[in-house]
Design a protein around this ligand. Structure first.
Ligand code: GLN
Length: 538
């Protein structure tokens, strides 16, 4: 049976529970164990798919088409394990499952209650499909003490009772603040947070203390004493300069060793930190730099393009370069300022997006990249905008647009079910926005003798999608006659997946999101190639 590790947070949010869980997963894997990571989110949305990136950061998409919390991105990038739909659950989903059962009469007349019905559903989620794992790391979103997280903490308490204490480990991640004015490190918030956790029946086995500076032994001893945790299990995590240092730092603090000791397990191999050391060195020490502009609607929020930022950094790692991200708000990008805004960048990227706001700034920036032969990568919405720009300025279809934001005009981009007559099988309804997009991994076939084929070096690729609108394939010939090639199509030849310009050093648009599959230890070829082109452009 798998062993279960539960990670809760205390004092404040954003301490890096996701990153800590992901780093621990890597360390246990490198000790020779099989690990799966799961996230339980306490909010009421059924999934984050309908939430604004301003609210919740990026929506991460899995191969099997789930719209999930961005922490699953960290999990995949650090552990290399492909996340599944069933690795992320929210309070909203749990309640909707329970209520569905209630409506069907499956509770046989019983009163449906938080305990046991909601907690049973949570426990079911934690345990299902884990028979082949050595460890399942479950992160509980939010912090202990929130009303929303109560049923989750109660469920993990029961779970530990059900499967036995020796098969479950509780890790609590808290903040140990440093007060500049009095030059002191404070353990009291941690003591309170653990008290809160214990009041609902959970005694942490390991406390990870996030701190700005190293925590002296006497303070660790204090935490150990007041929180009833072995001193060796009070583990500090001091702020790192790059997230790639996190596995190294946790290994130094012996987090993996303590976890194995707890379960009385031996290490099958010594852990391998060499790849992380190598990329940390590149990220921190490389002097060579390249500026890449990201022009999007959500640039103000750091987490809104998390996987994308990461993938670009990975592209830099592959080229031994530091990538500086120049974030430009597409809504504020004025036509007259395009040149001055973009003159110092060596690559322009338009990410995924929704709705009309900011489209004209994006289209102008694309024109600038096309005309001035600056490397350009358009992702999903970015590819759709590139199509509109080319149609307007090269095919002279002045009213070229997308039915997403303009009901009149020529719909070169339109809803899949608007074209159902052409025989495509598509999902989609105008009423329900949740989960109705083309989601998850789909195949694309790459055309011979194209740039994209030379990048992927494969005829068939699988990439993750999250979109509702498509480029109308019937315009293909018109575009190709003018030098914009449809270099990747769906296997039935009906959906354009990739476009590229013939007479341009590097101009590619993709209908999918390659950023979700890039990993620091194996950068995605498209991002490596884009950054290489930017390097050569300088
Ligand atoms: N809004 C566009 C669509 O639904 C693009 C979506 C995206 O960029 N992820 O097709």
């Amino acid at each position: 049976m798998a062993r279960f590790i539960f990670v809760t947070g205390g004092v404040v949010s954003s301490l890096g529970k996701g990153l800590s869980s992901a780093s621990l997963a890597y360390l246990l894997q490198s000790r020779g164990y099989k690990v799966r990571l799961r996230k339980l989110d306490p909010y009421l949305n059924v999934d984050p798919g309908t939430m604004s990136p301003f609210q919740h950061g990026e929506v991460f998409v899995t191969d099997d088409g789930a719209e999930t919390d961005l922490d699953l991105g960290h999990y995949e990038r650090f552990s290399g394990v492909t996340a599944k739909k069933t690795d992320n659950i929210t309070t909203g989903k749990i309640y909707s499952d329970v209520l569905k059962k209630e409506r069907k009469g499956e509770y046989l007349g019983k009163t449906v209650q938080v305990i046991p019905h909601i907690t049973d559903r949570i426990k079911e989620f934690i345990k299902h499909d884990t028979s082949k794992e050595d460890f399942v790391i479950c992160e509980i979103g939010g912090i202990v003490g929130d009303i929303e997280s109560l049923p989750f903490v109660e469920a993990i308490r029961q779970f530990s009772n059900d499967v036995g204490k020796k098969n479950t480990l509780f890790i609590h991640l808290t903040l140990v603040p440093y007060l500049r004015a009095s030059d002191e490190i404070k353990t009291k918030p941690t003591q309170h947070s653990v008290k809160e956790l214990r009041s609902i029946g959970v005694q942490p086995d390991i406390i990870i203390c996030r701190s700005e500076r190293p925590i002296p032994l006497e303070h660790r001893k204090k935490i150990s004493l007041f929180c009833n945790v072995d001193i060796d299990n009070v583990i500090e995590t001091v702020d790192v300069k790059t997230i790639y240092e996190a596995p190294i730092s946790f290994a130094r603090e012996k987090l993996d060793v303590q976890v194995l000791n707890y379960f009385k397990l031996k290490s099958k191999k010594s852990n391998n930190l060499t790849p992380w050391k190598k990329i940390t060195k590149i990220v921190l020490d490389t002097k060579k730099q390249v500026n890449i502009a990201i022009i999007g609607k959500y640039v103000e929020l750091k987490d809104a393009y998390k996987s994308l930022d990461e993938a670009l950094t990975h592209g830099g790692i592959a080229n031994n370069l530091k990538v500086n991200l120049v974030r430009i708000d597409s809504e504020k990008l004025k036509f007259s300022e395009i040149k001055s805004n973009l003159q110092d960048v060596s690559g322009i990227l338009i990410p995924g997006g929704f709705g009309k706001r900011g489209t004209s700034g994006k289209i102008e920036a694309i024109k600038y990249a096309r005309v001035n032969k600056i490397p350009f990568l358009g992702i999903c919405y970015g590819m759709q905008m590139a199509i509109i720009e080319f149609a307007k300025n090269q095919l002279k279809i002045k009213k070229a647009t997308s039915s997403e934001f303009d009901k009149t005009g020529v719909h070169i981009i339109g809803l899949m079910n608007e074209w159902e007559k052409s025989g495509r099988k598509v999902k989609g309804t105008d009423k329900d926005l949740g989960g109705t997009m083309r989601l998850g991994s789909y195949d694309a076939i790459l055309k011979e003798n194209t740039k994209i084929k030379s990048i992927y070096k494969s005829r068939l690729i699988k990439e993750r999608h999250r979109h509702r609108y498509e480029v109308d394939i019937s315009f293909k010939e018109k575009f190709e006659n003018k030098g914009l090639i449809f270099s990747g199509l769906s296997p039935d030849n009906k959906l354009p997946e990739i476009i590229e310009l013939k007479n341009h050093p590097w101009f590619i648009g993709v209908q999918f999101h390659p950023e979700f599959k890039s990993r620091p230890l194996s950068p995605h070829p498209l991002f490596s190639s884009f950054i290489k082109a930017a390097k050569n452009h300088k």
